[in-house]
Design a protein around this ligand. Structure first.
Ligand code: AMP
Length: 396
């Protein structure tokens, strides 16, 4: 099967053509500067191609993507008929979607209904869907939601302790994000551990970071909230914050709510603490050179992640498996070690040599560690492709 995976942003569109069974990626690329001028970055067969192509809208971006996939020189398929289905990444499924689903008019209407919850992403995701429908009207399209994996959370985890009317009228609650990544590493952890009957804490640590608490394969809690701003500090996001801090800053500096949220989303996190960068490699280098602000940023990040792991172990009533994934989780041995330092009381014991692994599936805990600690590289595209293939095959 050939599945085309689309991740449409407001001015960009990422794609991959993939075999969902083997995980083989035949081609991938990025259409950028949509609505400005338009550029296609395509790679396939070990070759990279960059082309300036006018892309006034997402429709031209999809058309350019399909053209290059069937191109006689740089293409990987002969005809777009060889694309069996398209899987779309959709940010916010609100309370409408508990799983991936085949797109029809009702699904589009429900994604539209979720726009107030994902005002930046859902409209762009819809543009990608509509553009594909227009050029491939008979090819099945599937929506895969960033929030769906977390929809098994119980009310005590997803409800906020604020007046009920905001939940009832406006669907204000914890949703969580990175769901496709959490779902993928959960699936792998269950396969690798050989049983579903385990308590897992997943740490997706990248530029954006979130943790999930999982038992029996189902998400019980997650650190992000109504939006991705909540949880641990991130590259540029503050993470959890006393809401009154926002009020104080807005009042004192005459800042609007939008400007304040922009500051908390884009100018905070380890960028703000380190004063150097949002990139953990730069911060690790800064700390190694003796920059104390960088050292604090790393210390704070590790501390908050460690606190979440502890609280999720308490929420689950135990811990069998701890998983590290995404850019920092997969690659930074020092951050993994720093996070796990002090978790020995929970039965987490890291083996320093095993922990030197980068970017591949491996156990990094000591043989006598009660909790098995894994590095599992995430693969959101493969998860989208597998969900898409499964739904389309079942519908045949
Ligand atoms: P992601 O959002 O998953 O792509 O992760 C991006 C983050 O991973 C950036 O902050 C990178 O600095 C970080 N990262 C990638 N490789 C390393 C590494 N070897 N050591 C530390 N951080 C890394």
């Amino acid at each position: 099967m050939n599945i085309l995976i689309i991740n449409a942003g407001s001015s960009s569109l990422k794609y991959q053509l993939m075999d969902p069974e083997t995980g083989d990626v035949f081609a991938k690329g990025l259409c950028e500067r949509i609505g400005i001028d338009g550029r296609l970055n395509h790679s396939a067969n070990g070759k990279k191609v960059v082309k300036d192509i006018p892309m006034p809208t997402h429709s031209e971006a999809i058309a350019a993507t399909l053209d290059i996939l069937v191109d006689s020189v740089d293409g990987v398929i002969q005809s777009t008929d060889q694309i069996d289905a398209v899987g779309h990444r959709v940010l916010h499924g609100g309370m409408e979607f508990f799983a991936s689903c085949i797109i029809n008019d009702d699904v589009i209407a429900a994604i539209e209904k979720c726009i107030p919850l994902g005002p930046l992403h859902n409209p762009a995701n819809l543009m990608g869907i509509r553009a594909c429908q227009a050029v491939m009207p008979t090819t099945p399209q599937v929506a895969v939601f960033d929030t769906a994996f977390h929809m098994t959370m119980p009310p005590k985890a997803y409800r906020y302790a604020i007046p009920t009317e905001y939940y009832k009228n406006d669907s204000i609650r914890r949703y969580g994000f990175h769901g496709t990544s959490h779902k993928y590493v959960t699936k792998r952890a269950i396969e690798l551990m050989g049983t579903k009957d385990i308590k897992i804490v997943n740490c997706h640590l990248g530029n954006g970071s979130s943790l999930s608490a999982v038992s029996g394969g189902k998400c019980q809690d997650t650190s992000m909230g109504l939006t991705p701003l909540a949880g641990v500090p991130m590259g540029t996001r503050s993470g959890d914050l006393d809401t009154a801090v926002a009020q104080f800053i807005m009042n004192k500096y005459g800042m609007s709510a939008d400007d304040c949220l922009n500051m908390l989303n884009k100018k905070s996190g380890v960028l703000a603490l380190s004063g150097v960068s949002s990139d953990f490699r730069d911060i690790e280098n800064g700390a190694a050179e003796g920059n104390e602000d960088c050292a604090l940023a790393l210390d704070k990040f590790a501390y908050e992640v460690r606190k979440y792991i502890g609280s999720y172990a308490a929420a689950l009533g135990g811990l069998d498996c701890l998983v590290f994934t995404a850019g920092v989780g997969e690659n930074s041995a020092s951050m993994r070690a720093r996070i796990c330092e002090g978790l020995e009381f929970l039965g987490v014991k890291i083996d320093a040599e095993k922990n030197s692994v980068r970017g591949k599936e491996a156990i990094i805990s000591a043989d006598d560690s009660k909790v098995t600690v894994w590095v599992i590289p995430t693969n959101e595209e493969l998860m989208i492709a597998q969900d898409t293939a499964e739904l389309v095959s079942a519908a045949k």
